[in-house]
Design a protein around this ligand. Structure first.
Ligand code: HEC
Ligand code: HEC
Length: 416
């Protein structure tokens, strides 16, 4: 078996790490010229609004290079010799995040399972392994994850697009805490909860905002979590291979590669998870489609119905020394808070109760199907009709709209 000093100095098809697709910091001079010209072209193109998959407009040449390396790692297909598995859901980040461009979604659904006792209390089978049950295992499948017969909750979750994720990362905890109204003191029937969690990267209490359950607060933590749980690749943030029902001894037999598997590349000092973070941080949000009078009327309707109480049209990033993230508007149509809207997946996770789901951002909605956390809704109308509980009044309002107003609302949503 090939042992590697760094996961991401991985041999490419050429088989020579040295020639691995563009390890830029090793061969500075010629490459620097190339980077500058590519960056210059990108900068000129940046006059036009970014297309899906483009970086944020206005990157420095260095940021552009970090974005490019991040993209490369995001697309890199791993195999067992590189640490994949033993249990996994996909072989690259890009495999599940690619519609309508790299960074987006795919129709894949991850599988979760757990147990609810007679008093209605949820628990994971194994608190360390959590509720995710990986779909695949590396040959010879001695570490295939099996859903126990005692499981009485099964849930599926579809991917979340990453366009604009760096702006979401840069929203302060205070902003989200200020939006929360857990006791519904304003009596509008809507009571969002901030998901206060311990951030694995820093050990600090932070407000989660990534994942259907707001289970992670930062992109670095989510990327490391995904690297372990979706791909079976350990890092210093998540150093232990773990899957339900598989003992550490068996795990070592299935995957003898020493943990953490994702270590710093010698030349750059960067881990795979640092590269993923950079790519996601610098990925531009999806811009709006055409806006006409009907779309504008639809947005007023969205507000009047109370949709905007949770799908908050715009938040702002905190102060930053990087102008890309310094007090920027983030037109995401979400409060990033946890709500019970009657669709909860029955899985308790991090700070989220089984019946709670984080308000999904609606930017880029026109490129996203299927809808809702489990992909059960084929159309936007189906997704709205599924809203109940905290969103019951808004849903009723939608049901009662006259045809012209409903068409305007749907035109607005189709412009996102
Ligand atoms: C098997 C498919 C699959 C693979 C592979 C995968 N993801 Fe995901 N991704 C998902 C799903 C499903 C979700 C929603 C998870 C949830 O909330 O339970 C998600 C959510 C995310 C989010 C949260 C975005 C947000 O705004 O809330 C981030 C960040 C993310 N993935 C990054 C990555 C990175 C980085 C990798 C590679 C290390 C990766 N993903 C690999 C399926 C995948
Ligand atoms: C109380 C908060 C709340 C209100 C009010 C609310 N929503 Fe939602 N919305 C959510 C949550 C939470 C979800 C995710 C539910 C799930 O996936 O199970 C969601 C999901 C959606 C989705 C699917 C998005 C996706 O990516 O899958 C659409 C579309 C949507 N809402 C539109 C609306 C519209 C239109 C209104 C007003 C009629 C509205 N919402 C009112 C919280 C709310």
């Amino acid at each position: 078996m090939m042992m590697r000093c760094s996961l991401h100095a991985a041999t490419t098809s050429s088989g020579h790490p040295e020639q691995g697709a563009g390890r830029p910091f090793r061969r500075a001079s010629g490459l620097t010229a190339l980077i500058s010209s590519v960056w210059l072209a990108a900068t000129l193109l940046a006059q036009a609004p970014p297309a899906p998959g483009d970086p944020l407009p206005g990157l420095t040449a260095l940021e552009f290079e970090l974005f490019r390396i991040g993209l490369e790692d995001f697309l890199e297909v791993e195999d067992a010799e590189e640490g994949l598995g033993p249990a996994y859901n996909g072989t690259s980040c890009g495999g599940c995040h690619n519609v309508p461009a790299v960074g987006g979604i795919s129709p894949v659904a991850a599988l979760r399972a757990g147990m609810v006792d007679a008093n209605g209390n949820y628990s994971d089978f194994d608190p360390d392994a959590g509720s995710l049950f990986q779909l695949f295992s590396i040959p010879t499948h001695g570490c295939q994850v099996v859903i126990p017969a005692e499981a009485n909750v099964i849930a599926r979750r579809v991917p979340i697009p990453l366009f604009g994720a760096g702006l979401v990362d840069a929203i302060t905890d205070e902003t989200l805490l200020a939006l929360a109204d857990p006791l519904d003191l304003d009596r509008d029937g809507v009571s969002g909860r901030a998901a206060v969690i311990e951030d694995v990267a820093t050990g600090e209490l932070r407000v989660g905002r990534f994942g259907w359950k707001s289970q992670q607060a930062t992109l670095i933590a989510f990327g490391a979590d995904a690297y372990l749980n979706e791909m079976g690749i350990t890092s210093d943030l998540f150093p232990n291979e773990q899957s339900f029902g598989i003992s550490p001894e068996l795990m070592r037999l299935c995957d003898p590669i020493p943990d953490p598997e994702d270590i710093k590349e010698r030349a750059t000092g960067r881990r795979g998870i640092d590269n993923f973070e950079a790519f996601m941080q610098l990925l531009a949000p999806i811009g709006r489609g055409p806006i006409d009078d009907r779309v504008r009327a639809g947005e007023l309707m969205f507000d009047a119905l109370g949709c905007a109480a949770c799908h908050v049209p715009s938040l702002e990033t905190g102060p930053s020394t990087n102008p890309l993230f310094d007090r920027r508007a983030v037109p995401l149509y979400s409060d990033l808070l946890l709500h019970a809207v009657g669709t909860g997946d029955g899985i308790g996770q991090a700070a989220a109760a089984p019946n709670e789901i984080r308000t999904p951002a609606l930017w880029g909605l026109r490129f996203r199907r299927p809808l809702l956390h489990d992909g059960r809704a084929a159309t936007v109308t189906d997704a709205i009709r599924a809203h109940g509980a905290e969103a019951d009044l808004a849903r009723q309002g939608f049901d009662e709209l006259d045809p012209a107003s409903r068409a305007a609302l749907l035109a607005f949503l189709a412009s996102l």
